[in-house]
Structures are given as structure tokens and as C-alpha cells.
Design a binder for this molecule. Structure first.
Ligand code: UDP
Ligand code: MG
Length: 307
């Protein structure tokens, strides 16, 4: 059986079409399937639309509803946790990931791949600034994880054992598209062109993206922590240079040299404290080990059932 997980946040205009498009591709792939919509605390009619597609006779659609917005990563994780398929695919609700590619992904999985990632060949008509930032982020992620993350997306298909491996990573800031590679099973890629979002608006704000980028980079590398070390070495060296200059009697001005050194050192110390503080807050987040998401309704448990 194939499971397809579709995270949805304020996607009322897209549910029916996504359900139809994904079902029609899966019904030709010669395997049983289930489609799991995860409503990530939408404020519009997303949940009602999910109920209406799941209540059709013979429907293979299941809906999970979060008690509030927990974010896309949590929605993907909930879908993986609830899936029963021998392979599980994740696809966006706005059809920017072409459902037709699912059959190609399933074919690669049948040939033995554990992870089939959708690689963006063409980034669609997204804004130039966004494309540039995405590039910077992807290259930092590639360095941090040691995998080529350029063109990476959450459009993926994982074998059951890859899903179970990803689920072992219980950390708070888990990053699905990197973890799927990080578990180390055989990976293949399928290229796709990002189509334009037909209805509704993108759900990311600049602030949300920035936090997302910094968090994900930090969960795969601790290189910024070493900044403090380098900052320390740098300040010791500059102090040593000043000392040497003084010993050789070179005038540093009455206050100039000292003031510059002080300001420079204060800057380095503040940067170091900031970096340490950031990782400390990540540790604090993990130590609390809060649940990644809370499900308030599951169509499989009956409409009224709340968890
Ligand atoms: N999404 C979500 N929770 C959020 C934000 C987005 O589940 O807090 C879903 C959204 O409904 C869509 C997918 O994640 O199915 C990608 O979102 P979007 O199209 O806004 O992002 P982009 O295409 O720019 O990556
Ligand atoms: Mg989109």
C-alpha cells in the first residue's frame, strides 16, 4: 500500500482538487493507497473540505486535524506517524508539486530506492529575492548535512524502513527533507518543475522563513558555537599585537587604541554570548520535550472524537 501525506494550512480552495489529482494518479499505480490530509490548525474551511472528501463512499482519504497551527514539519511528522503504507509520499496541497511525478517515484521505490526525492529543476515564477535566499539556505544546509540539498524540497517518497528511521529522530526541530537523506538509505531523485500556486497564498512570511532557516541550520551543525572560540583567539591576538606595539614604544594615541580595542572586544563577546544563548534555547526546547503536535480530530475515529 502507498500512503500520501498532504499538509494543509488554510487551503480550502485546494483540498478537493488535490484529493482528486492525487487519487487519480494513485489509482493507476496498481497498489492500494491512502491519502492523509493533515489540517495544520487552519482558520478557514479546510477541515470541512477534508471531511467532505473523506466522507464520500469508498473514499481512501483520511483527515487529521491539529488543535492549532504547529507548522508544516509537525504536519508531515503526524502524517508519517499515522501512515500505514509500505511507502509514504509527502506532497504540498497547492499542487506546486506535480502529482503526476508520484508514479515515477513509486517506480523508483519498486526498483529498490528507499528515499526518492523530488528535485526542483525549475523553481517556478517565485520572486528573485526568495530564490536567492533559498539558494543561500540550501547551500548552508548542504554544508551542514554533507548532502547536496540544492533543489531539495519536501516532495519525497520514503520506503517504510526509511519512514521508521526518520521517526526515530525525536528532536523538536526536526527537518524532514534533510533527515530523509541523513538516515543514509539508498536515495534517488526525480526532477520536477515547480508550477505556480493556482489558488490561495503562500503561507510563509519572511520572519517565519528566517526562523525556519536558522533553526534547521542549527539542528545540523554546531559550527557557529566555534565562532566564540575564534572570536576569543582573535581578541587575544589583537591584544598581543597592541602589547608588542607598546613594548616597542609605538604611540597608540591617548585613548584611540584602547577605545577601539574595547569596542571590538565587546562586540566579539556579545556575538559569542548570542551564539551560545541560541544553542542554549535549542537545548531548553529539547529538554522540555513537548509533543510536536496535538490532534483534535481524526476522521478514522469518527467525526466527534477528540484526542
Ligand atoms: N503548510 C502547513 N503549515 C504551515 C504552513 C504551510 O501545513 O504552517 C503547508 C501548506 O498548506 C502547503 C505546504 O505546507 O501544503 C507548503 O506551503 P506553501 O505553499 O505556503 O509554501 P511554499 O510553496 O512556498 O514552500
Ligand atoms: Mg506552495
Amino acid at each position: 500500500m502507498i500512503s500520501v501525506v498532504i499538509p494543509a494550512y488554510n487551503e480550502e480552495e485546494n483540498i478537493a482538487e488535490a484529493a482528486e489529482a492525487v487519487s487519480s494518479v494513485l489509482s493507476t499505480c496498481g497498489e492500494d493507497f491512502e491519502i492523509i490530509f493533515v489540517d495544520d490548525g487552519s482558520r478557514d474551511l479546510t477541515w470541512e473540505k477534508i471531511l467532505s472528501v473523506s466522507e464520500r463512499p469508498g473514499s481512501k482519504i483520511r483527515g487529521l486535524r491539529f488543535s492549532r497551527n504547529f507548522g508544516k514539519e509537525a504536519a508531515i511528522r503526524a502524517g508519517l506517524d499515522s501512515s500505514a503504507g509500505d511507502a509514504v509520499a509527502v506532497i504540498d496541497c497547492d499542487l506546486q508539486h506535480p502529482p503526476a511525478k508520484l508514479s515515477e517515484m513509486i517506480e523508483k521505490w519498486r526498483q529498490g530506492a528507499d528515499v526518492v526525492e523530488g528535485k526542483k529543476a525549475f523553481r517556478g515564477s517565485e520572486a528573485k529575492s526568495y530564490g536567492f535566499l533559498a539558494k543561500v539556505f540550501n547551500s548552508m544546509m548542504s554544508r551542514a548535512t554533507g548532502f547536496d540539498m540544492s533543489g531539495a524540497s519536501d516532495f519525497m517518497l520514503l520506503s517504510r524502513r526509511a519512514v521508521e528511521a526518520v521517526r526515530l529522530y525525536g528532536e523538536d526541530g526536526s527537518f524532514f527533507r534533510a533527515l530523509a537523506q541523513f538516515v543514509g538509505f539508498k536515495a534517488e531523485a526525480v526532477e520536477y518543475e515547480v508550477s505556480a500556486r493556482e489558488r490561495g497564498r503562500g503561507k510563509w512570511t519572511f520572519k517565519k522563513l528566517l526562523v525556519y532557516a536558522v533553526k534547521n541550520i542549527a539542528s545540523f551543525t554546531d559550527a557557529p558555537l566555534y565562532l566564540s572560540l575564534f572570536a576569543g583567539i582573535l581578541s587575544c591576538l589583537s591584544a598581543a599585537v597592541l602589547l608588542v606595539l607598546k613594548i616597542f614604544g609605538i604611540p597608540l594615541g591617548s585613548f584611540g587604541g584602547a577605545a577601539i580595542t574595547l569596542i571590538f572586544l565587546a562586540g566579539l563577546i556579545l556575538i559569542s554570548l548570542g551564539v551560545i544563548g541560541f544553542y542554549l534555547s535549542r537545548i531548553y526546547g529539547e529538554v522540555k520535550s513537548r509533543p510536536k503536535y496535538i490532534i483534535s480530530c481524526d476522521t478514522r475515529e469518527g467525526r466527534q472524537k477528540s484526542v
